[in-house]
Structure formats: structure tokens, C-alpha cells
Design a protein around this ligand. Structure first.
Ligand code: HEM
Length: 263
């Protein structure tokens, strides 16, 4: 079941050219959506202006070696393990969803561009595709049902949907309908597989076509912001924030005193 390449089955009824065109169209939609988002929010202009301003108040000039080391550490921790989310369920769920999505996308790309022309895909690539979708579902549904702030802290029901949910819901729809499509093909349920295929295509159009309105682009902004923050810490400019006091950092439990559940 996990070794089935659903795109090879699709190639029996749809020209491979269409599949490749669809993938390229989705990439273009990401570029256009993110570009429009940057123009609208002016966040990148602000980001670079702020970085230039902070540079002027740097206490030390970082050598290329130190800069590289700060960037590598940021990639290994802040980006690869989303350390911003601290230790706990939120981070595990995010890491599952993030790597799941990356595997699912890489798997889709390799299966479509390398193995839908009649060449049989190695089993492990199809397994990666299915595994990626399952990890995305596990991390995404965990987040959706239990960890979303307005559900876990503000007592809204899990089925309350707002625009901010567009990204996570479209991502989950892609992974869920992709799996349902593949499993119904494996089970020989042809009519059902057509239904799930259509839903899978629609979910992709919403996910990639909705970049401008959704949180999709955070996967590009967050790494940039984390690198800038750590470089600003290393050169002493601290994004023009006041320096830490000499006194030891004893702030008590603060927001960790109790869970934010006041309803
Ligand atoms: C393929 C890459 C990624 C995927 C699929 C992904 C997926 C998601 C999803 C589904 C959410 C929940 C969105 C919501 O609030 O509705 C989220 C939130 C978040 N992501 Fe990502 N993400 C990716 C990359 C990254 C990276 C590289 C970082 C940081 C460097 C990051 C940091 C965050 C943070 C801080 C949140 C807020 C978490 C929360 O409210 O619990 N993400 N991400």
C-alpha cells in the first residue's frame, strides 16, 4: 500500500505533461503570493532597514567565520528544530508537520518528474511520500484539535474556523486527501479514488493559491528573522534593545506560574 506511486496510476489517464505543469504552476503561485505579501506588508523593506539601523549600533564587527558559525547554529537549532517553540508538545507537533510536509513535497516532485513516465519508482520514494503525508496529518491534527491557542487557552471549540486557519487546514486537506486517494487506488475503489483525487487537486489549489492570505510564507520569513536576531545578539546591537542588566535574571515563574486557562 505504501509502495504505490499514485502519480504513475494517474499517468495512465492524464498526460504526464499536465502533472509537471501543475507542479510548476504551484511553485509560481508560491512566488507570486509571497511577492505580493511582501509588497503589501512591506515587511522585507522594514526588515532590511531595521538590520541596517542595528548594524550602526553594533559593539563588535563580526568576522566572516563568526557570522558563518552564528548562521549554522541558527539553522541547526532555530530553523531545523523550531527552538522558538520551546520544549513541549507545540514544538514536537510543529517538527512533525514541518518535516512531514518537506518529505511529502520532495516525494511528490521526484515521483512526478522522475517516475510517472513508465519507469517504476523505487519503493522507498513512494514510502517517503506516504510517510510525509502521515507525519503532516499527525502534527497538523494534533495542533488543530489540541494546541491552537484559541482552542487550548481561550476555550473556543475546535471547529471554529477563522481566516488565520487557512494555511493549516489547506495543508491538512492536501495530506489527508493525498493519502485517501492513494489508499483508495490500492484498494481498487476506482470511483472513490477519483473523488479523492479531485479533492486533492482542489486542496493544493487552495494551499498554493492562498499564500497571499495565509501563514504559508512564515516558512521563509521565520528563518530570516531568526538569523538576523542571532547576528544582532552576537554583534551587540541587540536590535537596538536595551542591554541586559548586571543583576541575575530572576523574574520568578511569570507566565509559567499557571496555564492560561481563565474561562
Ligand atoms: C515546510 C516548512 C513549514 C511548515 C509546513 C510549517 C507549518 C506550520 C503550521 C501548520 C503552523 C500552524 C499555523 C497556525 O497558526 O495556524 C505553523 C506555525 C508556526 N511555525 Fe511553521 N512551518 C514550517 C516552517 C517553519 C520554520 C522554518 C519556522 C521557524 C524557523 C516555523 C515557525 C513556526 C512558528 C513559531 C509557528 C507558531 C506556532 C504556534 O502557534 O504554535 N515554521 N507552522
Amino acid at each position: 500500500m505504501l509502495t504505490l506511486n499514485p502519480f504513475a496510476e494517474l499517468a495512465l489517464i492524464v498526460p504526464v505533461f499536465f502533472m509537471k505543469f501543475f507542479v510548476i504552476l504551484m511553485v509560481l503561485l508560491i512566488v507570486i503570493g509571497t511577492g505580493l505579501d511582501m509588497l503589501h506588508k512591506k515587511n522585507v523593506v522594514y526588515f532590511f532597514r531595521n538590520a541596517q539601523k542595528a548594524k550602526k549600533s553594533a559593539k563588535t564587527q563580526l568576522s566572516t567565520g563568526v557570522k558563518t558559525s552564528v548562521i549554522l547554529k541558527t539553522v541547526a537549532s532555530d530553523i531545523a528544530t523550531t527552538s522558538e517553540l520551546g520544549f513541549g508538545q507545540r514544538r514536537i507537533a510543529h517538527v512533525l508537520g514541518m518535516y512531514g510536509t518537506i518529505l511529502f513535497w520532495i516525494g511528490s516532485f521526484v515521483l512526478i518528474f522522475g517516475y510517472s513516465d513508465g519507469i517504476k519508482a523505487p519503493d522507498y520514494i513512494s514510502v517517503i511520500w506516504h510517510l510525509g503525508a502521515m507525519m503532516t496529518c499527525l502534527g497538523g491534527y494534533w495542533f488543530w484539535f489540541f494546541l491552537r491557542v484559541d482552542v487550548s487557552a481561550e476555550a473556543h471549540p475546535w471547529y471554529r474556523i477563522i481566516t488565520a486557519d487557512l494555511f493549516v487546514l489547506a495543508l491538512l486537506a492536501c495530506a489527508t486527501f493525498g493519502l485517501a486517494w492513494s489508499f483508495s487506488l490500492s484498494a481498487g475503489a476506482t470511483n472513490l479514488s477519483y473523488l479523492f483525487l479531485i479533492l486533492f487537486i482542489l486542496a493544493n489549489l487552495v494551499l498554493f493559491g492562498g499564500v497571499y492570505w495565509s501563514k504559508f510564507a512564515h516558512m521563509f520569513y521565520k528563518p530570516g528573522a531568526a538569523i538576523q536576531k542571532n547576528l544582532a545578539e552576537a554583534d551587540g546591537s541587540r536590535d537596538n534593545l536595551p542591554p541586559p542588566s548586571d543583576a541575575p535574571e530572576q523574574f520568578g515563574l511569570g507566565i509559567k506560574r499557571e496555564k492560561p486557562k481563565h474561562y
